[in-house]
Design a protein around this ligand. Sequence first.
Ligand SMILES: [Zn+2]
Length: 250
Amino acid sequence: MGRLMILGSASAVPDEHHENTHLMVSVGSHTVLVDCGSNPIQHLRRAGISFESLTEIVLTHFHPDHVSGLPLLLMGMWLMGRKAPLKIYGIDHTLERAETMMALFDWHGWPGFYPVTFIQIENKEMCPLIVDEDIRLYASSVKHLIPTIGLRMEFPRAGKTIAYTSDTEPCPSTVSLARGADILIHEATGASTGHSSPAQAAEIGNRAGAKTLYLIHYPPEKDAQELVQEAQKIFTGRVILAQDFMRIDF
Ligand SMILES: [Zn+2]
């Protein structure tokens, strides 16, 4: 039994009900945070998830709405007495900058800091990040304004697959990531370079044969019904507008 929690659903500018897009996946011995735009500690606490239990963080790209909360999260865990090691995954473009950001805070001088390992993943199709009996997590490059990865998460025990695009315009790799997925969580910022509209997300979902489409990373001021309707006109399965604290059990 595992779960995915939507911790934030907004695009770059959040509102009082929608944090910047970030997710948490908990399965077996893994508690994986995907992106860290704002300080995730409050939302993890509100969701009843102990933030000290995080085992891995995946950073999809180095834009402020996806990485700016990292120093606060790492510091918070340290102040709460964390000793357990933590792994942070990302491509070179992301991790080099994340390490530089932490270095600006002189974090190597913080006494008793727990071990953090930055794991640089290859910039290739379906690069495996975590592969065991509970989760098979793969990343592929998507098409955003800077180097960015999308994710495919297979849960072998449950026989379920969830794909998450991160920020991207329509591209072949999101179709591959979402191929036959039970759930595709696709960004819906709006049609522009490096981003997608709900209709474009729906087209990708159809091409991939995904069963359910969650729209995420949308401007929260937009009309929720219109966003869903735009995608639902095209998508053959069910469309759901992701909201903060939505929980998907699998
Ligand atoms: Zn973003």
